[in-house]
Design a protein around this ligand. Sequence first.
Ligand code: ATR
Length: 288
Amino acid sequence: MSASISGAAVVAGVVGSPVRHSLSPLIHNAWIAAAGLDAAYVPFAPAEARFADFVNGLRGGAVRGLNVTLPFKEQALALADRASDRAWDAGAANLLVFEHDGQVFADNTDGLGLLAAFAEQAPRFDPTAAPVVILGAGGAARGAAAAFKAAGAPEVRIVNRTPARAEAICEALGERAEAFPLERAAAAFAGAGAVINATSAGLSGDGGLDVPLAATPETAVVMDMVYKPLRTGFLQAAAALGRPSVDGLAMLIGQAVPSFEAFFGAAPPAGVDVRALALKTLGDVERI
Ligand code: ATR
């Protein structure tokens, strides 16, 4: 939040349920303050059953835009009047912009965030060089698959516990996509350029994913979308094998950059270490 908010301040925010632990207010308000903008970025946690009322109420124009997090991403896309191709491809929106005429525009910057995270933490990774493996077949996996296909991946392999869900994503992706059951993860890993965990395994304390990462080539980049903890069991297994890795916090910050531009009309100011701020909040500083 800027040092002083006037009556003309631009308001944006993040909506989720729960939203209490979102790092987005911290990130956006740090950028707002550094840029000296007359703006605020606030959290919203509407009743889940009344999400549509909440969004439609904002057609009045009070709020410039919203980031959308769980469990509202699919609903956000459905409620919008217009949407970007990348939101349609992902089947979900993480960004809503409220236009002057009351229309709602849906976008999805998660894919950009994912690719930005790879560019930052695994700069030698080339998405066009080898198949990309995605673990999971929910909304996060679908968005990742669409992003890598758009980035020119020669093949996208979807590995999932429930094979029918992986097959459904592959069908939507069209050619250059193949579905694998979790038991055949080793076959999917063979020759892969990257492996991305887009499952929710481990989030609810269920022990996480146990997959044979050793079957990946030595150069394969391993990424986990989960960032609490930052060094997930999955990334620790990758590190033990010496694989390069990319973490979920880089993706979170990566998706925030184009969101900030959509809200405030300018790129985030340079020189703000939002990663350090986020790590402090996560309590992970000494573990990096
Ligand atoms: P989101 O939309 O956030 O991606 P989701 O639709 O609930 O979330 O999807 C969660 C993903 O994690 C699914 O691919 C799920 O596998 P199933 O399709 O078989 O349910 C996967 N997942 C969750 N817990 C898992 C576990 N313990 N082992 C393997 N996969 C798991």
